[in-house]
Design a protein around this ligand. Structure first.
Ligand code: PPS
Length: 571
């Protein structure tokens, strides 16, 4: 591999003057509001990151990419970059028509001439591109459950880049990075792709990779979309900034890549390489299980640990970017330094230390020590700010059960006990109160109940995200809706489902509000437990029996559960 050719690469933008004109003209076109993932794809299409693509893939290109990683003209391209839309939108178009592509605020970013419209075989795409039609794979899940049914293809004319307000100085287009490398005389550049915070082992391995390739180093983290559950990019970028200071002066730089990852392992590695080539890099670090999606639905890995390296190696010559294998770096206590695991000759005589990702998350969650040999104090401090110990994080207690089961009474008692302890704000989202305020226009059909619960879930997720305690007490009769709310909330903190398991007979006997009588008389329709279904929670965090147990005791059970989960400090 020689040095890089840093001539500018083609972009899809028109000149500034043409863009102003086109923007006015495009206002009259039929518009497609891009999804967050499509915005990421469009940005890299327009700025040349996805060179040689000239737009969203045509059907012929798509078929080639899915089948054998090649565009119709034979060029290597492993990932389908498609504009998925609803059937209704697709049906409203004529082939050959220009459409405007808008961001989520309605700003026109580009126009596209629709040359192709087809219904893809998603099962085939999943099998070929991601290795299995298994929805445990985040991209397969996206393909089946988020992506539209129809794909549109056609060339794109770029008007403006998507607007980013964060870390502007750290965002570069391929041509901006190329110009930077040209200016600094960086003729060999090794890129490091990452979606995780960097610790000492990463700093060591990236620096070694650069030294081996006699190259400069580009830390090129993805800030578009990564794997659900990853540390948010704001925190990560602050961590990267801290690590950047640890490299010898002027050897290393960092730029943020607005890519939407697919976690497609081997194909993703090749895709990442092609993108870095466009950004002017000569070398690319590929690790064990590069861009791995985690386990499949049988609990096994989707790809072999070195499949990504193998596929990259097969294609690297054609790609024009060379792979540097990732070394698994471990800390050797006696020598107080990181060394590649496979180069340690005296393994039996030394102490090798390592902290796994799971162990790190546990230590953060419990506020335990994270040693200096593992990470930089600045990085740990940033992570602690975002992931405070569980006893300082927000959480949601979600009571569910029949009307009159005692949900509200227990929820009130729990609220008061938590307020007595202090430390975090507590909000009660009681079924009746929510229906008077947030959901006053809703009735009790399945659709309306779901909407009501999703609203409660949304408010609770915001409270949880901001470090508060949300206590919800609706009937929430449907398991699927409860699961969806759980997923929304668990992105930010713990979700504790409490089934108030009072039997329907007992609720009816108590009939505190006289509603059961009316329901039996048919004066209230769709009454849960009488004339409407209730899915009993299968695995709630806690089930409380109220028959023969007083309210104080029920509330205490909830408090004990919260303590055992580390959400409130033991007292
Ligand atoms: S849901 O299903 O979760 O949206 O219901 P929720 O918002 O908790 O509202 C339940 C309260 O509304 C009263 N009510 C009914 N409940 C069930 N079915 C029907 N048809 C109905 N009509 C009115 C009832 O008082 C519920 O209050 P709680 O506090 O649960 O007793």
């Amino acid at each position: 591999m020689a040095t890089n050719n840093l001539a500018p690469i083609p972009e899809l933008f028109v000149s500034y003057e043409s863009a102003q004109k086109l923007k006015v003209e495009a206002a009259d076109l039929t518009s497609w509001d891009l999804s967050p993932r499509q915005i990421c794809d469009l940005e890299l299409l327009m700025n040349g990151g996805f060179n040689p693509l000239k737009g969203f893939l045509s059907e012929e290109d798509y078929d080639g990419v899915v089948e054998n990683m090649r565009l119709a003209d034979g060029s290597l391209w492993p990932m389908p970059i498609t504009l998925d839309v609803s059937e209704k939108f697709a049906d409203s178009l004529e082939i050959g028509q220009d459409i405007a592509l808008r961001d989520q605020e309605g700003v026109i970013l580009a126009t596209m001439t629709v040359t192709d419209r087809w219904e893809p075989n998603k099962a085939r795409e999943a099998e070929k591109v991601f290795g299995a039609d298994d929805q445990a794979h985040p991209a397969v899940n996206y393909l089946h459950n988020t992506a539209g049914k129809i794909y549109l293809g056609g060339p794109v004319t770029g008007i403006q880049q998507p607007v980013h307000y964060d870390f502007r100085a750290r965002r570069d287009t391929p041509n901006e990075l190329r110009a930077y490398f040209r200016k600094l005389g960086w003729r060999k550049v090794v890129a490091f792709q990452t979606r995780n915070p960097l610790h000492r082992a990463h700093q060591e391995l990236t620096f070694r990779a650069a030294r081996e390739a006699q190259a400069n180093l580009l830390i090129h983290p993805v800030v578009g979309m990564t794997k659900p559950g990853d540390v948010d990019h704001f925190t990560r970028v602050r961590c990267y900034e801290a690590v950047l200071d640890k490299y010898p002066g002027s050897t290393t730089t960092m730029s943020l890549l607005p890519l939407a990852m697919r976690m497609a392992g081997p194909r993703e590695a090749v895709w990442h390489g092609l993108i870095r080539k466009n950004y002017g890099c000569t070398h690319f670090i590929v690790g064990r299980d590069h861009a791995g999606p985690g386990n499949n639905s049988k609990g096994e890995d989707f790809y072999g640990p070195y499949d990504a390296q193998d596929l990259f190696r097969q294609h690297q010559e054609e790609m024009g970017i060379e792979m540097v294998d990732f070394k698994h770096m471990v800390y050797v206590q006696e020598r107080a330094q990181y060394e590649p695991n496979d180069e340690i000759a005296d393994k039996d005589d030394v102490t090798i230390l390592n902290i796994s990702g799971t162990e790190l998350r546990r230590r953060l969650a419990e506020g335990l020590e994270i040693p200096e040999w593992f990470s930089f104090p600045e990085v740990v401090a940033e992570l602690r700010k975002t992931r405070p110990p569980r006893s300082k994080q927000g959480f949601t207690v979600f009571f569910t059960g029949f009307s009159g089961s005692g949900k509200s009474t227990i929820a009130n008692a729990v609220m008061v006990k938590l307020m007595e302890m202090g430390g975090r704000p507590v909000t009660l989202l009681d079924g009746d109160i929510v229906r008077k305020n947030l959901s006053s226009e809703l009735g009790f059909s399945k659709e309306h109940r779901d909407l009501n619960i999703r609203r409660i879930g949304y408010v609770a997720s915001e409270i949880t995200k901001n470090g508060g305690i949300a206590i919800c007490a609706p009937i929430a009769p449907y398991a699927t809706t409860r699961r969806a709310v759980r997923e929304d909330i668990e992105a930010f903190g713990a979700f504790i489902e409490v089934h108030v398991a009072t039997s329907i007979e007992e609720c009816e006997k108590r009939d505190r509000k006289g509603l059961y009588k009316l329901a039996r008389e048919g004066k209230i329709k769709e009454f849960t437990g009488i004339s409407d279904p209730y899915d009993v929670p299968e695995n709630p965090e806690l089930r409380v029996e109220t028959e023969g147990t007083d309210v104080d005791n029920c509330a205490h059970q909830v408090i004990l559960k919260l303590e055992s989960m580390g959400l409130i400090a033991a007292h």
